[in-house]
Design a protein around this ligand. Structure first.
Ligand SMILES: [Zn+2]
Length: 255
């Protein structure tokens, strides 16, 4: 059982699957295209075949309709693995600052309770704070839910959730050099992917990705070539990033 104590518990008796939440990749943001009161009443109607874990009102109300151990019916195929927040408002609206605050509280709670990473997600296979339209047809084809103005607010929600959990936001800019040893121990990581993208951008185009980020022998060889071409020698040209070539690459921060 998982209920957020910061939300008003408004249980519904229909329109969800008890015990059906298989895992929690993240939290999906929606727009109601209606009012909180109207949505609350609709979710109690067996004909709706729709529900959401959470809902916000424009002046700052926060409801929880469905326990996060249970599967709400909000985004079709995405229901099994994502939680949901419906937000009061019309299509094309931005969230109010009170709604941004409530969404951040839910995200911070989901981070502590379900391990959701505090980052913006942009596809169903991602993790973090996502939005309905990112699921495309599999999520029921809702290209305008929640709308571009709200999608642009997601980084702000993540930033506030980080402040709530005491996690310091990384300064924007470049990824600090994690150390050559670190690379040898972590050939698969988001930093490796970010580095691969930079390598492609600087013309060292043979960076390959398999299932997920990884640093293959082919990547190592092409990187060593790029290092030599750029005047690096010795341990700075062994196909592993050293501080010199890392600083030259300017790999952007990954979170
Ligand atoms: Zn939606």
């Amino acid at each position: 059982m998982a209920r957020f104590s910061g939300a008003t518990w408004k249980p519904i008796s229909v329109n969800f699957k008890s015990g059906g939440q298989e895992s929690v990749y993240g939290v999906v943001i929606h727009i109601m295209d209606g009012t909180l009161a109207g949505t609350d009443s609709w979710f109690r109607n067996p004909a709706a075949k729709a529900s959401s874990h959470f809902g916000t009102g424009r002046t700052g109300a926060l409801y929880q309709w469905v326990d996060t151990a249970d599967r709400a019916w909000t985004q079709a195929d995405g229901n099994r693995t994502w939680l949901s927040i419906e937000n009061e408002g019309r299509g094309g609206d931005a969230l109010t600052s009170a709604q941004i605050a409530r969404c951040a509280e839910v995200l911070a709670w989901a981070h502590k309770t379900h391990g959701v990473p505090l980052q913006v997600a942009s596809s169903p296979s991602g993790r973090g704070l996502g939005y309905h339209a990112m699921g495309g047809r599999a999520w029921g084809s809702h290209p305008s839910c929640p709308g571009a103005r709200i999608v642009a607010q997601l980084p702000e929600i993540v930033k506030r959730a980080k402040a709530l959990t005491g996690e310091k936001p990384k300064p924007s800019g470049y990824e600090p050099f994690p150390g050559t040893k670190w690379f040898k121990k972590n050939p698969r990581s988001p930093i490796v992917t970010a580095m691969g993208k930079r390598l492609v951008a600087v013309g060292c185009s043979t960076y390959t990705t398999g299932p997920g980020p990884q640093w293959t022998d082919a990547d190592k060889a092409s990187y060593a070539k790029w290092q030599r071409k750029n005047g690096h020698r010795g341990t700075d040209a062994d196909g592993w990033p050293g501080k010199t070539t890392w600083d030259a690459l300017k790999v952007p921060n990954v979170s």
